[in-house]
Design a protein around this ligand. Structure first.
Ligand SMILES: Nc1ncnc2c1ncn2[C@@H]1O[C@H](COP(=O)(O)OP(=O)(O)OP(=O)(O)O)[C@@H](O)[C@H]1O
Length: 243
């Protein structure tokens, strides 16, 4: 079994009186895909924001290979190899697709400059299915293609731990299969992936482990088959009447 690369212990985030993330504990093992799932508003995106440093914890600790990272600014966490995509894609509209990908590497784990950065951006665009599209303005892209660019941007800094926030949402069945295969290939090349996802087919076929949240708290942990047959998880998704 692979070693733990990322650990959360007692991680708590409050927004005023609301406890969005309540004493979360879990470990993510190296080279695995971990699914963070749960009903709307259960605290999944907030947890990703705490890992990436976009939000600061109220209590607890997050460590990367045993070294605490939760007190670091977001760009330092990215430099250590933890990067994320956003649920609402954030593109720099004055730049081309290729320039957006290059910009994504600026705070990354591995930096490239000049022609090397441009070549690397083109190879990432090819990888996400946007071969030859680097010169387009981002305004010319379809929704799906902006998501592809978002992933290429995140990969530009060579992250070891990739945080995907509903990256597969809104894809049609053909695109979904391509997206699933792409995430599998990222794991196969040695990256660790944490994905927040509502698409259950993707959870089943991609995740080695899942953590299920409800109202900010971890209610189950295990393989997709284990957690998706857990009574408390079914109750959290369907409500008491339907469980
Ligand atoms: N910046 C914020 N300020 C105040 N409350 C917030 C903030 N961000 C999130 N929340 C609240 O924290 C709770 C958890 O939200 P979060 O977005 O983490 O849930 P989620 O599981 O990712 O939901 P979804 O699946 O709908 O994206 C919700 O009640 C949400 O309204």
């Amino acid at each position: 079994m692979s070693a733990s690369i990322l650990s959360l212990r007692g991680v708590t985030k409050r927004f005023g009186g609301l406890v969005a993330v309540n004493s979360m504990d879990f470990d993510v093992r190296e080279h695995q895909v971990m699914g963070l799932i749960g009903p709307n508003g259960s605290g999944k995106s907030t947890t990703l924001n705490l890992i990436s440093g976009a939000l600061k914890l109220n209590e607890g600790e997050i460590s990367l290979r045993g070294t605490p990272i939760s007190n670091l600014p977001a760009q330092d966490i990215a430099r250590k190899g933890v990067s994320r995509t956003f649920q609402l894609v954030r593109m720099l509209s004055s730049m081309t697709v290729r320039e957006n990908v290059v910009a994504g590497g600026v705070y990354g784990h591995r930096k490239r400059w000049g022609s090397e950065a441009l070549r690397h951006a083109d190879s990432l665009l090819e990888r996400v299915g946007l071969s030859g599209q680097g010169g387009l303005s981002v305004g010319q892209l379809t929704y799906i293609d902006t998501k592809r660019v978002e992933l290429a941007r995140t990969l530009a800094g060579d992250p070891k731990v990739l945080l995907l926030d509903e990256w597969l949402a809104g894809l049609n069945p053909t695109e979904l299969q391509i997206g699933i295969d792409l995430i599998k290939s990222l794991r196969d090349e040695g990256r660790t992936v944490i994905l927040v996802e509502h698409v259950m087919d993707a959870i089943r076929s991609l995740c080695d482990q899942c953590v299920v949240m409800a109202s900010g708290t971890k209610i189950a942990e295990g393989t997709p088959t284990e957690v998706l047959s857990d009574r408390e998880v079914i109750r959290a998704y369907l409500g008491d009447d339907d469980a």
